[in-house]
Design a binder for this molecule. Structure first.
Ligand SMILES: NC(=O)c1ccc[n+]([C@@H]2O[C@H](COP(=O)([O-])OP(=O)(O)OC[C@H]3O[C@@H](n4cnc5c(N)ncnc54)[C@H](OP(=O)(O)O)[C@@H]3O)[C@@H](O)[C@H]2O)c1
Length: 324
């Protein structure tokens, strides 16, 4: 019997497929060859998570893989009406990036409260200027997005003594719903965005939203760039509607060297790096191999995306993390 065909939309470094070697017919595609190779594939591994190639190639003629797995967390680049309507199961990487992203977000909260950027600048100028910092303990945060990333951020901020309100689409048990967001944001010291890009989250952080914030508040986005109207954020910072912001994700990535965002006072820019830690590619490969083995044995796949919602629906929070 021929081996199942695993098609990899490849990127550098390629995935290490370890135990699957010799048991699977592995083929590699790039954006230009994907459409021609899709009909022969049983499984598609989207390793190049920055590519729009799947959304473009999927609507063509011929059979389609029964399972698509992305080594990324967002699926907005993959989804097209034909994939949504098909029987193909879509899964995503999960359980690997949330801790580093949460550590980064908590690090930003501490960096803002202690004015780390100001300290670095004073050191550069060789200037001894004692200043007061803010206490993080006792401050209030709103974390928007109750997926694995938002939950881990909530846990870490709780550990720092921050009162956290966690917001999902709808209120239930320990979660607030997005209908509560304006009220919560208006009294928050920190707003941390960790939502996927969907029809309802695109541009949700706009001029109206920034106008609700306290002048002392800081806004952090580690979710998806297109959930923020970047020009509105820049304008709000300029008008001092909020005290600072940090963006790890952008509408257009990589951020152009000529983008005005690099120079906005009070805005901390990083290159979509918060989830990127040493060994991540190996862990993503291992996760896929483990999922493939489950699939090959006919077992149910974990981390299945609701293609109509555009994310993996979340469950209620585990014990110990309560939204106030
Ligand atoms: N910067 C990085 O390096 C990095 C690394 C990893 C992930 N990310 C990004 O972080 C984001 C979150 O990822 P994730 O894996 O934690 O979660 P996810 O599965 O992408 O998102 C699910 C969560 O978003 C909530 N949500 C959806 N629409 C919403 C809306 N309109 N208002 C409020 N909440 C809404 C869902 O609410 P319900 O609970 O009601 O379903 C659910 O809690 C994604 O954009 C991902 O790409 C970034």
């Amino acid at each position: 019997m021929p081996h199942p065909v695993l098609l990899v939309l490849d990127a550098d470094p390629s995935p290490r497929l370890g135990r699957l070697t010799g048991r699977v017919d592995v083929r590699y595609a790039d954006a230009s060859s994907l459409a021609g190779q899709l009909p022969a594939a049983d499984v598609l591994l989207v390793w190049d998570t920055a590519s729009d190639a799947v959304r473009k190639a999927w609507p063509g003629p011929g059979a389609r893989p029964r399972w698509v797995h992305t080594a990324g967390t967002g699926v907005d680049r993959l989804l097209c009406p034909e994939l949504i309507a098909s029987d193909t199961v879509l899964t995503r990487a999960r359980g690997l990036g949330e801790r580093p992203v949460a550590e980064y977000a908590a690090g930003l909260v501490l960096a803002f409260a202690k004015d780390l950027p100001g300290t670095l600048e004073l050191q550069r100028l060789r200037r001894w200027r004692p200043r007061e910092g803010e206490e993080v303990a006792g401050s209030r945060a709103v974390v928007v997005g109750a997926g694995p990333v938002g939950r881990e951020i909530t846990r870490l901020l709780h550990g720092l003594g921050v009162t956290v309100a966690l917001v999902g689409r709808t209120a239930r048990r320990t979660l607030h719903g997005v209908a509560d967001l304006d009220r919560l944001a208006a009294r928050a010291d920190w707003v941390i965005a960790a939502v996927p890009l969907t029809e309802s989250t695109r541009s949700m952080f706009d001029r109206r939203f920034f106008g609700l914030l306290q002048p002392s508040a800081r806004f952090v986005n580690v979710g998806h760039g297109a959930t923020v109207v970047e020009a509105d954020l820049v304008d709000a910072l300029d008008r001092r509607w909020l005290a600072g912001a940090a963006l790890d994700v952008f509408e257009d990535e990589p951020l152009d060297g000529r983008s005005p965002l690099w120079d906005v006072p009070g805005l901390l820019v990083s290159a979509h790096r918060s989830g990127n830690t040493v060994g991540r590619h190996d862990r993503l490969g291992e996760q896929f191999v483990a999922m493939y083995e489950q699939w090959a044995q006919g077992g149910p796949l974990p981390h299945v995306v609701d293609k109509r919602l555009g994310h993996v629906p979340s469950r209620d929070l585990p014990e110990g993390v309560a939204a106030p």
